[in-house]
Design a protein around this ligand. Sequence first.
Ligand code: HEM
Length: 337
Amino acid sequence: MAKLFAQIRFIAGALALAFIVAVVTPVSAQQPSSVNPTASAVKEQQLLKELSKIQGRGTIPDVKSYVLEHPVGRDWRQWHEVTLRWIGGIAVLGMIALLVIFYLWRGMVKIEGGRSGRKIVRFTAFERFVHWMTASCFVILALSGLNITFGKPLLLPLLGPEAFTTWSELAKYAHNFLGFPFTIGVVLVFLIWLTGNIPNKVDMEWFKEGGGMVPHKHPPAGHFNGGQKLIYWIVVLGGGTSAVTGYLLLFPFYGTGISGMQVAEVVHATVGMLFIAAMLSHIYIGTIGMEGAVEAMGEGTVDINWAKQHHNLWLKDEMARIGPNESQRQPMATPAE
Ligand code: HEM
């Protein structure tokens, strides 16, 4: 009897096993392609959370390349693709909008009483060379940097993939190589104009009086007024910070690791955007914002009436240094043609 029960148990067990196999096998056999991508993403998320990175194995000596995913990388992508674009857009477009409104309100600041016909030397050839070398590198660095941030969403759809690739490659080479002359320029700007750019009480007054922008008000100023001193320090500090962080990015893993480079990129890009906005105001004042300003950096001389209006203390010192008669002769002061 017991033997019979054992045989029945065995047959029932075999039947149950056959049933399970019959039910399960066709389902899995019929669905070889039904891999659930969400399920593996969940596993990936779990791995990322638990191990704080997903790392594979490799054969090349650079073990850093084995890391495939890192949560900080996602934060960085959010910063680069979203936050930075907002910062840059607001800073650059905001400054352009402000300048347009300001121009419509104030127009060009004219030389009151017109030109005198006499000129005085304001910047030497070397000073102008340093200015234009730094400025031209800056403009190319700014445009090529903006392309890294905004090129993909703004230019790629307009140019198409091939033209955008060619342009971006050229822009990237320019950005990498022009950093060197730009750095030399910033160091020279710092050295040659430092003594004229130490802030003092006259600058405070200059700011309080509206910086010469209020019609018929001409606050006293030396060689550089408060606004120009501000631009000088923005160039020195902004240029210095862009250079240091830029070199950390240009030579990866020499100065710092991945997280350090991410910090460097955040600082570099933020300073870059604010720097571009500040320089737009400088370019505005030097061109359409003020009559007679551009020639100071062009031919190196300014009209005496311009100097009286905008830099009266400097003009007084120069006149005392070169003598009133001398100021009517070349090379310190030249008659206008
Ligand atoms: C010595 C000077 C500089 C060096 C060595 C330098 C280097 C670099 C490097 C290596 C990158 C990263 C490029 C990449 O991700 O492929 C970069 C990005 C960038 N640079 Fe510069 N740079 C310098 C100056 C400047 C200046 C003066 C500006 C602005 C006026 C600027 C604006 C930018 C911007 C906006 C980006 C893009 C940031 C991003 O979207 O990630 N750079 N720079």
